[in-house]
Ligand binder design. Sequence first.
Ligand SMILES: [Zn+2]
Length: 340
Amino acid sequence: MAEGAADNDTWRQEAVQMQKDNPELTTAQIAEKKKGELVKPEKGSGGYSKEARHESPVQSSVKDLPYRIAPIPGKGLGLIATRQISRGELIVEESPVLMERQGFMGFSQIQEQFDQLEASVQDQIMDLHDKNAPDGNGKTLLGGVGSSNGALCLVISRANHSCINNCYHGWVDGRERLFCDADIASGEEICTNYIQWHLTTDQRQRELQTQFGFACDCPACMQAESLQKKHDAIRLKIGQLDQSIPELYPMPSKAVALVEQVLSLYEKLGRPIPYVAEVRHCYDAFQLSLSERNIPAAKRWIQRAYAASLITDGPSSPQALRFERFVKNPLSRLQDGLCI
Ligand SMILES: [Zn+2]
């Protein structure tokens, strides 16, 4: 999950509870009672940007939009592919319309941001699903501001969840990117993943119910029990091996072998390796190979990590540029001070 999500969730629950306990208080009075401070994030942390707030809400670097927002049976609205989308394509990149500080949200500042938005954008925000809305009290801005990293992007917030997602989202330099992780057919729903990959069907259902308030009926959750058990075992194994890799850092060859095993397991779930997993694991293997001065292997791994980072972060991102430097000269990683 996104950093700070748990703290923000706690804050929201407290604020919504306060609203229930004190119906005479306005949201502004509640905000006053729960004073918080909106702070500027560190560069690249994806936090609130004053500049971003004044941009047109849906900023997309994708010219020919490959999606439309449409009703999805049982899910409200969602994103539907308007054409075939290939793995690796950027679907949309946008700036947040609202952004809370990491860790503790200052509602008064969120209200200020909200008040400055055009009425049509405000309507779109309030139209989003609000799992924290108090019963019988309609929607609240307190609950409605709920997205990864404590920010709200109008298009990407429409992407529904699937445990066998065909796209994924991430933050790069204060903007959120949604990219295709597995080929999507025209007319298919574009779904991202809200939770960790390494959970069994039961664990995922509990997590989604607790955090997001819905029961998942994605193809992975609805498949035959025998296949479900087989895939649950693979997911658990991926999680266990992933945790074991750092323990093997003193034995780089063994750790790299585990990386290879983890990557091959993803494919046994009937889908390509998620790009974010590829970036992380291949970069790990690059550093491990480098620590053994196995330069040919280090080159192969960093080329793979770099190729995946072009998808997850984009070619001009700090991470892709850094990896590009290592592709040209793997040993330059040692100058940065290799520490595994
Ligand atoms: Zn599911």
